[in-house]
Design a binder for this molecule. Structure first.
Ligand SMILES: C[S@@+](CC[C@H](N)C(=O)[O-])C[C@H]1O[C@@H](n2cnc3c(N)ncnc32)[C@H](O)[C@@H]1O
Length: 273
């Protein structure tokens, strides 16, 4: 099979199929976070590292004002093209560790920047921030754009210290004539440096072409304790509740050293970051 070594994020059409096929549980959970942890309806939703906007798009369709930021221009273009087809515009290109409210866009077309009610980042994108400094800067930037009392729903895989981690994952997605088989596997877990490297490949099947996109993801690792220490040091946020990737709003979890998938619900405190 023909093979190209490229970033999977440079292929938003395939990324969106692979990760966007089933958003229902995440959306239900996010709306559940709103209902359970915020008073009233969150009207304004912001996603740092929004990618193709698979969640933003569906939230916009439900009537929320949405906005996002992502480093990858192809993902941002894909995100905005789809939103614009439905009358919205929302994503900007930029670094989630260095942004200000005035630089963001808003699908409700307001001219004045306005703070967001609920931010979310559900599938490990936060771990793309390779240093403690960048991660802290991200939380500080976010504290500058989310209103006091608002939420940041942050989902990530932790480094579990008392259970063997999962090392491979495979899944398939299909839309019409397009099918993508995805395989992801661990290349390295460097505990002292807190770096984990994963191989990922998309095997793309169309009626006229079959090819493989191969990439490597480099992610910073966190234990629960490291994540909590970071949140405390950044200021402006407190951890309100923890869940896992079963996305059951009625089943919060107590995080221990065997937990691999955790969703932290952070609350923006009144104190300035
Ligand atoms: C796993 S994808 C998630 C996309 C989207 N949040 C979703 O749930 O489908 C990770 C995204 O993080 C983006 N990203 C990585 N580092 C970033 C940074 N420093 N600032 C903004 N986006 C970043 C990538 O371009 C990519 O679109």
């Amino acid at each position: 099979m023909e093979e190209v070594s490229e970033s999977i994020y440079d292929h938003p059409k395939y990324y969106d199929l692979v990760f966007g096929a089933d958003c229902a549980a995440e959306l239900k959970f996010l709306e559940g976070c709103n209902a359970k942890h915020l008073e009233g309806r969150a009207e304004r939703w912001f996603e740092p590292a929004c990618g193709t906007g698979r969640l933003l798009f569906r939230l916009a369709q439900r009537g929320y004002a949405v906005g996002g930021i992502d480093l990858n221009p192809k993902a941002v273009e894909f995100c905005n093209r789809r939103l614009e087809r439905h009358g919205f515009a929302a994503a900007v290109e930029g670094d989630m560790a260095a942004f200000k409210l005035a630089e963001l866009r808003d699908s409700s077309s307001r001219s004045e920047p306005k703070l967001w009610d609920l931010a979310f980042n559900t599938i490990n994108s936060f771990r793309h921030l390779g240093t403690e400094r960048a991660a802290r800067s991200h939380l500080e930037c976010l504290a500058g754009v989310v209103r006091s009392g608002g939420l940041y729903v942050l989902g990530l895989h932790l480094r579990c210290t008392e259970a063997p981690p999962s090392e491979t994952e495979s899944w398939s997605a299909r839309r019409g004539n397009l099918a993508v088989n995805t395989h992801m596997w661990t290349l390295e877990r460097n505990v002292p440096k807190r770096v984990e490297r994963f191989g990922i490949r998309f095997d793309v099947h169309t009626p006229t072409r079959q090819f493989r996109i191969s990439d490597e993801l480099v992610l910073r690792s966190y234990t629960d304790r490291e994540l909590r220490r970071l949140v405390k040091s950044a200021g402006g946020w407190e951890i309100e509740e923890t869940y896992d990737f079963s996305y059951d709003i009625d089943a919060p979890i107590a995080v221990d050293a065997t937990c691999e998938d955790v969703v932290y619900v952070l609350r923006r405190t009144a104190e300035r970051a």
